[in-house]
Ligand binder design. Sequence first.
Ligand code: B12
Length: 218
Amino acid sequence: MKYISSREQLINSIGDLQEDTVRDMVQKRIAAGDDPLHIIDDCQRGMRLVGERYEQGKYYIAGLIMAGEIFRQVTEILQPVLKDQSVAEIKGSVLLGTVEGDIHDLGKNILSILLTCHGFKVQDLGVDVPPWKFIEKVKELHPDIVGLSGLLTHSYSKMKQTIELVKNEAKPLSLNIPVIIGGSQINEQVARMVGTKFWCNDAVEGVRICLSLINEIK
Ligand code: B12
């Protein structure tokens, strides 16, 4: 019961933008041996609270910026703990980026850390990545998987465009490169609309999908 309430407390502290409390709680949970994936999950839920409050007009853009900074600090605390749990074997490669027009990168960065820990070589192109940039890198690197992140509704058209171009480029090279999309607002309908079967809004699930895609490919 106490454990559940400490999780709720972290979610609410993120929602209330209590930077010091969040940092303190995360450090205490790590010291107590808690699973960093549970901590990420709670922080992600806290970020959803921030988003809801922004939508309701309770927070302004400064609230989003503050939440972003708090989550960045949490990532900094968790990164070495996650790296300690890494596997050594290289299983495959992922070309990753946030699509053009979108600068949200906290979720993509968490995914990149988790993929690396699970044996993927990740090439991260950063944020606001135009479709042609993904294609340039697909031609150069021949990645096993392409991962597109996007949190804005208007990101979907760029995802669609990028996926079409990846498919067109991969065909003459006899490559079959699956594209996975992710972000807090992504669902099955969005995936169908942009032209892929692979989607998630949780990095742990994203890693699971990438591992199963690699098993199919290799
Ligand atoms: C923090 C934040 C910001 C920060 C981002 C800081 C940063 N460095 O990323 C800043 C201040 C920059 C920002 C700006 C804006 N934001 Co904002 N933001 C958020 C907020 C509160 C949290 C996002 C977040 O980081 N969550 C935590 C991470 C860990 O979760 P995640 O992104 O979902 O990632 C997880 C999974 O989705 C998955 N994943 C993510 N990417 C990928 C990719 C792949 C391949 C895979 C497999 C998995 C995967 O793994 C992650 C870990 O589990 C969301 C609310 C929300 N519900 O998401 C709004 C939200 C996304 N923002 C919103 C808006 C409107 C904006 C602005 C337009 C505001 C403005 N008026 O300027 C701008 C847009 C700027 C731009 N051009 O991109 C809206 C979008 C609405 C919409 N439907 O389009 C949201 C939903 C808020 C809301 N409810 O209204 N924002």
